[in-house]
Design a protein around this ligand. Structure first.
Ligand code: ATP
Length: 334
């Protein structure tokens, strides 16, 4: 069990990393509790791989610091407690699967060879097959086997499911979840497959242009938002009800006469017409106005993240139109 005073699995404070093209990560404050399963999401170039590489000591910060179970990622203690699967899943193509597993065992103090072999066998991969002759999905399975068998407490997985067919993705996800539960692992998984996050992760961390835009418990985030759908209002340009505080509207879209909006329960300014929460942590009560015309529902994680991602992109477009963007593509926070 994790004691209440144990350090988080991953903590970033004022973390920034700059490359020649600009900041890949900037001013990030992040706490990922031990034992949690966090989905790391964001558009291409948002900074997900950079964050994972910083945690895996493959990069050093430009500003701030990052700690793995309280230690510098370069320390021996930290190296032994975390395992990293890079996005390109580097493996030696000329080695056989069995030789690959042997090599990883030799390079690591703790390695459960039997577990690795079990995972590989479950994918009908022959130990004598050359890695270079495997399909992308089979290579992903071997790479995941080498990481899962490391007996680390924190797994940093950069798009581990990207090359897998839906059936295998499902199997590997189930395997990850079973291992996570049994060994009380902390998982940080970057993914673009938003629909699959719902059943897998208890936390989400959304990055946008190197900044943290959303970070928290999935259920609390869902409880903090409402999806509103209905026939467009004639008297407002966005079709939303006049009484709805626009500061609370994360994002809205209109298709013909139908308007859909993602509404946050924490508006920038309190306003009339907001959904009220009758108890902390409980789902919001429905809107009090126009009930015949507006449906409200709790958003799925995919709807919530899509809304947040679209809102971030729209804010970028507005900033670009205002001439906010810098010459090297950096910008002020939207
Ligand atoms: N080694 C590097 N040298 C220069 N720039 C880099 C380097 N690594 C990343 N970047 C830049 O940093 C930014 C963040 O990249 P990163 O790979 O972390 O994004 P990502 O969220 O993982 O993207 P994707 O979803 O496409 O994998 C991008 O603008 C990228 O071009």
């Amino acid at each position: 069990m994790n004691s209440p005073t144990a350090p988080p699995a991953l903590r970033a404070t004022g973390l920034g990393r700059r490359f020649r093209g600009g900041w890949a990560l900037r001013d990030c404050d992040i706490d990922i509790p031990a034992g949690s399963v966090t989905a790391l999401v964001g558009a291409n170039g948002a900074g997900k791989s950079t964050l994972l590489q910083l945690a895996a000591d493959q990069l050093r910060p430009t500003t701030g610091q990052i700690r793995v179970f309280g230690d510098d990622p370069g320390s021996t203690a930290s190296r032994e407690r975390r395992a990293f699967l890079a996005q390109d899943k580097p493996l030696y193509p000329d080695l056989t699967v069995a030789e690959t597993l042997r090599l990883v065992r030799e390079l690591n103090t703790a390695f459960d060879t039997e577990a690795a072999e079990r995972i590989v066998r479950a994918g009908n991969i022959r130990p004598r097959s050359r890695v270079g002759a495997l399909s992308a999905g089979q290579r992903s399975r071997v790479a995941l086997a080498t990481v899962l068998a490391r007996e680390a407490d924190l797994l940093l997985l950069d798009e581990p499911l990207a090359d897998l067919d839906p059936l295998v993705r499902h199997e590997i996800t189930a395997l990850l979840m079973a291992e996570a539960a049994e060994r009380q692992l902390t998982l940080v998984i970057s993914s673009h497959v938003l629909a699959e996050i719902e059943n897998v992760c208890d936390r989400v961390l959304l990055l946008h242009r190197g900044e943290v835009r959303l970070d928290g418990d999935v259920q609390e985030l869902r409880d903090g938002h409402t999806l509103v759908r209905g026939r467009a209002h004639e008297d407002t340009p966005d079709g939303l009800p006049p009484a709805l505080d626009r500061a609370a509207v994360v994002e809205s879209s209109r298709t013909g006469r139908l308007v859909t909006a993602l509404v946050s329960h924490v508006p920038a300014t309190p306003g009339q017409g907001m959904p009220s929460q009758d108890a902390p942590g409980r789902a919001a009560t429905p809107f009090v106005w126009d009930q015949d015309r507006w449906e409200t529902a709790a958003p799925s994680v995919e709807e919530l993240l899509l809304g947040r991602l679209r809102a971030a992109r729209a804010a970028d477009a507005d900033a670009d139109a205002d001439g906010y963007g810098d010459a090297d593509g950096e910008r002020s926070a939207a």
